[in-house]
Design a protein around this ligand. Structure first.
Ligand SMILES: NC(=O)C1=CN([C@@H]2O[C@H](COP(=O)(O)OP(=O)(O)OC[C@H]3O[C@@H](n4cnc5c(N)ncnc54)[C@H](OP(=O)(O)O)[C@@H]3O)[C@@H](O)[C@H]2O)[C@@H](O)CC1
Ligand SMILES: [K+]
Length: 475
């Protein structure tokens, strides 16, 4: 699991560390790790070449000290001070004394495409979002040249705490210090960061109180495998969980069928299709193991494909009265402001639905997904899965938001949300807490989409078992 801290937290942890370390020690750790990474990527020192772009702050300092180490090891190094007259003085002196050659802007640009690697040490966590002027020219020339770029802490131009792809460098690798940054896991910014190496520079998160908690936890496949409920020799359909589905309608019968596909192929114990009669018939025809008679239900999936069902509010209230976990999707979300919810209830809006729930514009949600998902979770008291290119899960009153394993854009199609509801419903029925059910469900869909050719949602669901076999091995 990749933990992400905010700039505010990193600055606080940095202050705490400065107080108990020698001057320059943190930068030494950072630049040592950067130099090691560069050496690994260069492969050897003999005859290899490096262009260091150094900005006015400590990010430039890291780059310069790493350049000094490599120059000292025989790498041919050129160095350019991006803001003339404003450069980390000790780093500059060390780098040039070790043999690096200073070049001006045109010199730096002409070296691109001819050196083995470029070090982007222009701006780090102190950078203003969006490069302009000389910084932008350098970033564009570097990208055009095709020479691999190692960004120091983050690609210069990105806002560390944000998801936006501001004009910035495009890195093949980002060597980042103390903690991953939000821009390295949130799209579209993340795709500008390349491979992420997180370097432990000895920050003590526990020493800074509440600020020490990460703002994001980026889940990885192994985390999903560790939480996935695996049946044992004592399992039966009830211990694996019964999902009740009231989704779909005469207008949208497919939504109910797709929810059942998701639950069935994620390995639920039993599905009861208890919505509109035509949905139950269509579901039974597609999946013969589905039961259409009422009975014990351990978690509900409601709302997908309801359309403008006139009794939706009453039906939702009845289901909430049963006091089992409930996933509320799509048209069911319209009734959320009228009911009382708790963290075991899972809301699964996309950005447009979240915007409607919070009475803001979709653009506002897309600009600040983290702020809005926190607001919704706290306001309604329920767990929220925000669906989209990055899938976030917030638990009410908790600072840390979970981010599902990312997947390709192929799942952006009608019906994907319905099968996802089914997967999450099966995990709720198996007893996973709502946040874990949401992040594991979204991750299973993403991992499957990444491994398969483009498939419609019901066919993708049929491949869930292959992904699970790969994740869980012999368990
Ligand atoms: N955290 C840690 O524990 C450790 C952190 N370390 C390293 O320190 C880095 C943070 O260093 P930092 O605070 O000096 O900020 P950094 O990003 O280098 O630049 C700030 C300067 O740039 C300027 N400036 C900004 N944007 C601009 C623009 N668009 N165009 C023009 N100017 C612009 C800005 O100007 P101002 O805001 O003052 O107007 C200011 O002068 C961090 O990312 C990591 O690499 C490690 O050494 C080890 C431990
Ligand atoms: K940088």
């Amino acid at each position: 699991m990749l933990l992400v801290h905010s700039v505010e937290s990193i600055r606080a942890a940095e202050e705490e560390a400065f107080a108990r370390t020698e001057a320059g020690e943190l930068m030494e750790r950072a630049s040592d790790a950067l130099a090691t990474s560069l050496l690994r990527d260069l492969g050897h020192t003999d005859g290899t070449t490096l262009l260091v772009l150094a900005g006015p702050g400590n990010n430039g300092g890291d780059a310069l000290w790493a350049g000094a180490r490599l120059a000292g090891r025989g790498v041919r190094v050129w160095v350019h001070a991006v803001v003339p007259g404003r450069v980390h003085p000790a780093g500059w002196a060390a780098c040039t004394e070790a043999g690096a050659t200073s070049v001006d802007l045109e010199g730096a640009i002409s070296l691109m495409g001819r050196v083995d690697r470029i070090v982007d040490g222009v701006f780090g966590i102190g950078g203003h979002p969006g490069l302009t002027g000389e910084g932008l020219r350098l970033a564009e020339a570097a990208e055009r040249s095709g020479t691999p770029v190692t960004s120091v802490d983050l690609p210069s131009g990105l806002a560390a705490d944000g998801a936006a792809a501001h004009p910035s460098f495009r890195a093949e690798r980002t060597v980042t210090f103390g903690s991953a940054k939000a821009c390295q896991v949130l799209q579209p910014a993340a795709e500008r960061c390349g491979e992420i190496d997180v370097v432990d520079i000895g920050l003590h998160w526990e020493a800074i109180g509440e600020l020490g908690a990460p703002i994001l936890r980026q889940w990885e496949a192994a985390d999903v495998a560790a939480r996935w409920p695996v049946p044992t020799c004592r399992s039966d359909k009830y211990s694996r969980g019964v999902v009740g589905v009231d989704a779909g309608s005469a207008t949208y019968p497919g939504a109910g069928v797709l929810v059942a596909y998701g639950a069935a192929y994620a390995g639920t114990g039993m599905i009861r299709s208890l919505g509109a009669a035509e949905v139950a018939r269509a579901t039974l025809a597609a999946i013969p193991s589905v039961v259409t008679a009422p009975g014990r239900v351990q978690a509900w999936v409601v709302g997908s494909g309801w359309g403008d069902r006139h009794d939706g509010a009453i039906r939702l209230a009845e289901i909430l009265d049963q006091e089992v976990p409930v996933l509320i999707d799509a048209d069911g979300l319209r009734h959320v402001p009228d009911v009382t919810l708790s963290p075991e209830h899972l809301l699964t809006p996309h950005a447009g639905e979240l915007a409607r729930l919070l009475q803001v514009s979709r653009a506002e949600v897309e600009e600040d997904p983290l702020g809005h998902i926190h607001r919704a979770a706290d306001l309604f008291g329920a767990t929220v899965l925000l669906k989209g290119a990055t899938q976030y899960v917030a638990t009410p009153w908790e600072r840390t938001v979970d981010v599902a394993v990312p997947g390709p854009g192929w799942t952006a199609q009608a019906g994907s949300g319905d099968t996802l509801s089914g997967v999450c419903g099966s995990l709720l029925a198996a007893g996973l807490p709502a946040a874990e059910a949401a992040v594991c469900g979204a991750s299973l869909q993403a991992l499957t989409a990444a491994a398969e050719p483009p498939l419609p949602p019901h066919a993708l669901a049929q491949r869930f078992g292959v992904t699970l076999r790969g994740l869980l091995g012999d368990r």
